[in-house]
Structures are given as structure tokens and as C-alpha cells.
Write a protein that binds this ligand. Structure first.
Ligand code: NAP
Ligand code: GDD
Length: 329
């Protein structure tokens, strides 16, 4: 009998890669989507004939209970969230409702329907914020620096609490930044690779960015969804840091992306205070020793390969568009 999995956030970057992985492993995959006036299925278009989509919303308890009751999954991956850090200062209450109480609603749905369902919660390295130690491990104390980070700390601890209170197989994956050609366009990696492609193709002549000195531990999303699945296949539920252990600055990201396209970044990048944050997370670098040892997980895509993959994908996408409208100079 095929295993059944529910994935919230299936229309997002990670949801699309996780759905591919689960289908490859023979799962029946149900994706939870919230109602929108127009569909946004560009990341899962190629999967639509192999997955089932069900309407539900992290804000609506009954819709979550209904989908869990109907599907009776073996595994539940809670990836849905308001995930863009700057937006969390504009909408702190909604961010908390999605990312904190939304997790409680998912856990409650599982508790009420079947405590045997295994659940993965998408926690974040943003919880470390103003870091208390370098590199960060599962034991490093949290010091979040944005409403997003604060909301994810709640999501993390309520997951731990449902594990300890009700014996649910609930795990929290503390994932460091992971990227891909499917990354949302407002996140810095994709903003840079899209900007490089536009400049290269003559569609733009500059790129405005915020803090170039911030450092992140960037990995490839395809590697990270493998870790999510591995966490739910263990004998006991536990929490894991997932990271490459290598950190780069935004400036190094910019240098790498522009030079891959044969461009000198200093001619095009302008710093713009509009992209600075009220409180910054300066330097993240993770220690994934526990995941390597217990899960046997290893990242396969290096930083340089990741940047090259993303620049090439944006060049291909945009040159297709410019060919169609004949806009290349
Ligand atoms: P993403 O691309 O922004 O996708 C977020 C998903 O959540 C989308 O499918 C979105 O649906 C859905 N969603 C948002 N609000 C919802 C609601 N109220 N009800 C139902 N669905 C809702 O994010 P991602 O990069 O794939 O990240 C996946 C998860 O991992 C998130 O929880 C994020 O916070 C966490 N995380 C990400 C990273 C990273 O570097 N990518 C690192 C650590 C943790 P729509 O398409 O309708 O908007
Ligand atoms: N977005 C953006 N745009 N970031 C910029 C810019 C810019 O123009 N210029 C500099 N940055 C800096 C930000 O200040 C931040 O320090 C860094 O680039 C990374 O920003 P994002 O790519 O927006 O990601 P994030 O680190 O804030 O959050 C992502 O990773 C978290 C895991 O640590 C998101 O995916 C979160 O959902 C995730 O939890």
C-alpha cells in the first residue's frame, strides 16, 4: 500500500521539490492550497496530474481537520508560512497567526484525528537572529530579530510541546537558507540572479540592494527537502539543524553571480536604504553534524554551483521571453 502524505505550502519553493521527492518514492501526495482568485501553480504545473490538491488554510482550523480526516495521511509536512522576513514588520499580527497559531492548528488537527500521524514543522535559522554562538547547533539559544523569527520560535516550541505532551511524532527541522531557480523573486539570491540576467540581456541597467555585508549559509532546496523526509523516517522524533556549514556575504553572492555572466558587479549594483531592515541578522552559519551522523544527510550542491544554476535558469527564462517579444538589444 502506498504511503500518503499531506504537504502544506505545496505551491512554494520547498513544497514543489518535496512533492517531487515523495512522488519518486511512491507516495500519494495531497497538497494543501489556500483559495486565491487566480491560481499560482507555476512551480507544480508539471506535477498536477500526479498530485491531489485540497483547499484549506492555516487560519481555518476546521478546514485543516477536514483534510486530515479525509486523507488520513501517514506523514504531514507543514511548510506553509508567511516566509518573507521584511513583510513580517509590515504585518506582524498576520505573520503570527500564520506561522505560530497556524502550527498549533495543524498540530491540533493531528491530535484530534490521529496521533499516529508523523509531522514535520518547517523551522528556521532566523530563530538564532543575533547569534549566541558560532556555528549554530540544535542547542544554541534563540534570539530572533524579526516578527518572522519570533513567530517561528513559537512554531518550534509548540511542535516540541505536542511531542512531549501527547507523544506525537513531531519533528522540527531548523533549516538554514536554501535556494533554487524556484525561489521567490524578492529573496536576495533570486533577486540577484534575476537582476544579473536582466542586465546581461539589456532589460535593466542596475540592481538596487540593501546590506551587502550580511552573511548566510546558503544551500540548495533540493538537498534540504531530502532532509525533511529523512527526519520522518527515524525511530524517534527529534529536531535537526540542516545547513552546509559554509557562509558567504551578500557581496560574495553578487560577485559570484555577476562574474558567472561575465559582468563586473561594481558597474551595476547600487545600495538602496529602502532594502535595509529595522533589525538585521548579520551572520548565520550552521553545524549540521547531528543530521550528518543520525540521518546520513549530506548537501550535494555547493554555493558556486547553486549560483551558476540560478543565473543560468534566469538567463534561459528571460531570453525566452525576449525572443518572443524581440526586446533584446
Ligand atoms: P515559500 O516559497 O514562500 O512558500 C510558502 C508557502 O506557504 C506557499 O505555498 C504559500 O501559498 C503557503 N501559505 C502561506 N500562507 C498560507 C496559509 N495561510 N494557508 C495555506 N498556505 C499558506 O516558502 P519556502 O521557501 O518554500 O519555505 C517553506 C517553509 O520553510 C516556510 O515555512 C518557511 O518559513 C520555511 N523556511 C524556509 C527557508 C528557506 O530558506 N527557504 C529556511 C528555513 C525555513 P501561496 O502560494 O498561496 O502563497
Ligand atoms: N530580500 C533582500 N533584498 N535581502 C537583501 C537585499 C535585498 O535587496 N539586500 C541585502 N539583503 C540581505 C538581507 O538584509 C538579509 O540579511 C540577507 O540578504 C538574506 O535575505 P533574504 O534572502 O530575504 O532571506 P532571509 O535570510 O531574510 O530569510 C530567508 O531565510 C530564512 C532562513 O534563515 C527566508 O527564506 C526565511 O523564510 C527563512 O526562514
Amino acid at each position: 500500500m502506498a504511503k500518503r502524505a499531506i504537504v502544506t505550502g505545496i505551491t512554494g519553493q520547498d513544497g514543489s521539490y518535496l512533492a517531487e521527492l515523495l512522488l519518486d518514492k511512491g507516495y500519494e501526495v495531497t497538497g494543501v492550497v489556500r483559495r486565491l482568485s487566480a491560481s499560482n501553480f507555476w512551480r507544480i504545473e508539471h506535477l498536477l496530474d500526479r498530485i491531489t490538491l485540497r483547499p484549506a488554510d492555516l487560519l481555518d482550523q476546521l478546514s485543516l481537520i477536514r483534510v486530515v480526516q479525509d486523507v488520513r495521511p501517514h506523514e504531514f509536512y507543514n511548510l506553509a508560512a508567511m516566509s518573507f522576513v521584511p513583510a513580517s514588520w509590515d504585518q506582524p499580527l498576520l505573520t503570527g497567526d500564520f506561522n505560530s497559531q497556524g502550527v498549533t492548528r495543524v498540530l491540533e488537527a493531528i491530535r484530534q484525528v490521529d496521533t499516529g500521524i508523523r509531522i514535520y514543522q518547517a523551522s528556521s535559522s532566523e530563530m538564532y537572529g543575533r547569534v549566541r554562538e558560532v556555528p549554530q547547533t540544535e542547542l544554541t539559544p534563540f534570539y530572533p530579530r524579526s516578527p518572522y523569527g519570533v513567530s517561528k520560535v513559537f512554531g518550534h516550541y509548540i511542535t516540541v510541546n505536542y511531542r512531549e505532551s501527547y507523544g506525537i511524532f513531531a519533528v522540527s527541522g531548523i533549516l538554514f537558507n536554501h535556494e533554487s531557480p524556484r525561489r521567490g523573486i524578492e529573496f536576495v539570491t533570486r533577486k540577484v540572479t534575476d537582476g544579473v540576467a536582466r542586465i546581461k540581456l539589456g532589460l535593466a541597467d542596475s540592481l538596487g540592494l540593501g546590506n551587502l555585508e550580511a552573511c548566510r549559509d546558503w544551500g540548495f532546496a533540493g538537498d534540504y527537502v531530502r532532509a525533511m523526509w529523512l527526519m520522518l523516517q527515524q525511530d524517534t522524533a527529534d529536531d535537526y539543524v540542516i545547513a552546509t556549514g559554509v557562509s558567504h556575504s551578500v557581496r560574495q553572492l553578487v560577485e559570484s553571480a555577476f562574474s558567472h555572466a561575465g559582468l563586473d558587479w561594481q558597474k551595476y549594483v547600487k545600495t538602496d536604504p529602502a532594502f535595509l531592515r529595522p533589525a538585521e541578522v548579520d551572520h548565520l552559519i550552521g553545524d549540521a553534524s547531528k543530521a550528518r551522523k543520525v540521518l546520513g544527510w549530506e548537501p550535494e550542491v555547493s554555493f558556486d554551483k547553486l549560483v551558476a544554476m540560478m543565473v543560468d535558469a534566469d538567463l534561459e527564462r528571460l531570453s525566452g521571453q525576449t525572443r518572443r517579444v524581440g526586446a533584446v538589444r
